[in-house]
Design a protein around this ligand. Structure first.
Ligand SMILES: Nc1ncnc2c1ncn2[C@@H]1O[C@H](COP(=O)(O)OP(=O)(O)OP(=O)(O)O)[C@@H](O)[C@H]1O
Ligand SMILES: [Mg+2]
Length: 319
């Protein structure tokens, strides 16, 4: 049986607002096994980020228990919290606002090492920073650049390097790819998966996008209005969601279970048909999607260009 890294019991966090008490996290219980990725999905404002922050004590819980390797994190002294922060890290959603724009890549990655006084000599620290840049796939030539000079994917790689700097065991990934475009999302998700395999990391992967979560998670917890309404492995959630909110999260049409859990031949067939269709559609008008072919798009561009070049008076006279 898998060993539990985190065991959360009756975790509760209320915020006092002008309208009264807001039940951001309402008496939730779940566990995360060592080396697994637990996906946490739910609509905006349901309490996902608050849960992530409570686990690593960036926020103080009102009630409950967070057992980390058997010890209650909520009973830690401030010194123990500081030590635990080395083990538990977070990657934030927005790589644009989570990095200090005045620091270079070197300084940004050095910050956690400096704050925790991990390396005594400068050369040791430099070697670790270069190693981290290699680990997350950042070229060494970028070491003196500032975040605004980099694209979103590279900035998020800096965020991952910072999280890895202290060799943690558990990382909260709070919507790590939501601010990135689809292509870069895939690169970062692959990086996170590879790092997990190589370093034996455990993740809480927060997202409101079920299709992203299903690619990375071993199990998925569905959150709704501050409560966890369902925890199951991703196939069960997709094939047989129990809670009405989990059903609502899924696309309208669900494939029959034999297609999802089968050998994968069906999906291979579908993707083959799709790729053939896209190739054909590149040269003829796509009858399925109504998209125009390369040739007809080029034709309409020429038509537009000609119209634009006509003198305005001519256009007025014509009308
Ligand atoms: N410091 C705070 N003070 C008051 N209310 C807060 C505070 N932090 C969060 N909230 C409220 O708690 C609720 C849960 O917030 P949280 O950020 O956890 O949601 P979320 O599920 O992460 O949403 P999103 O998907 O938009 O990031 C929201 O209604 C939010 O407005
Ligand atoms: Mg959030």
């Amino acid at each position: 049986m898998a060993e539990k890294l985190l065991d959360i019991q009756n975790l509760t966090k209320y915020f006092s607002t002008k309208k009264g008490l807001l039940h951001a996290v309402d008496n939730i219980s779940f566990h995360i096994d060592k080396g697994e990725t637990l996906g946490l999905v739910g609509e905006s404002g349901c309490g996902k980020s608050t849960t992530g922050r409570l686990l690593i004590r960036l926020l103080e819980a009102d009630r409950g228990q967070i057992l980390y390797n058997g010890d209650d994190v909520l009973k830690y002294t401030s010194r123990q919290i500081k030590e635990a922060r080395r083990e538990m890290q977070i990657v934030f959603q927005d790589p644009y606002s989570s990095l200090n724009p005045r620091l270079t890549v070197f300084e940004l990655i050095a910050e956690p090492l400096y704050v925790n006084r991990v390396y005594k000599t400068k050369s040791e620290k430099e070697a670790r920073i270069k190693e981290l840049m290699d680990t997350v796939g950042l070229a060494q030539r970028l070491i003196t650049t500032y975040p605004h000079e980099l694209d979103g994917g590279r900035r998020q790689r800096i965020g991952v390097a910072r999280a890895l700097a202290l060799k943690p065991e558990f990382i909260v990934l709070d919507e790590p790819v939501s601010a990135l475009d689809v292509c870069i999302q895939a690169q970062i998700l692959n990086l996170l998966k590879n790092l997990q395999r190589e370093l034996g990391l455990t993740y809480l992967f927060i997202s409101h996008n079920l299709s992203v979560v299903k690619h990375v998670s071993d199990r998925i917890a569905v959150m709704y209005l501050g409560k966890i309404v369902e925890v199951a492995d991703y196939k069960s959630i997709f094939v047989n969601p129990v809670h009405p909110y989990s059903q609502a999260l899924l696309p309208r049409y669900r494939w029959p279970s034999w297609m999802v859990s089968g050998s994968g031949l069906f999906w291979k067939g579908i993707s083959l048909v799709r790729s053939i269709r896209h190739r054909v559609a590149a040269f003829t008008d796509d009858a399925f999607t109504g998209r125009k072919s390369v040739l007809s798009r080029r034709r309409s561009c020429c038509r537009l260009a000609k119209t634009a070049m006509r003198p305005a008076t001519l256009a007025i006279n014509e009308t």
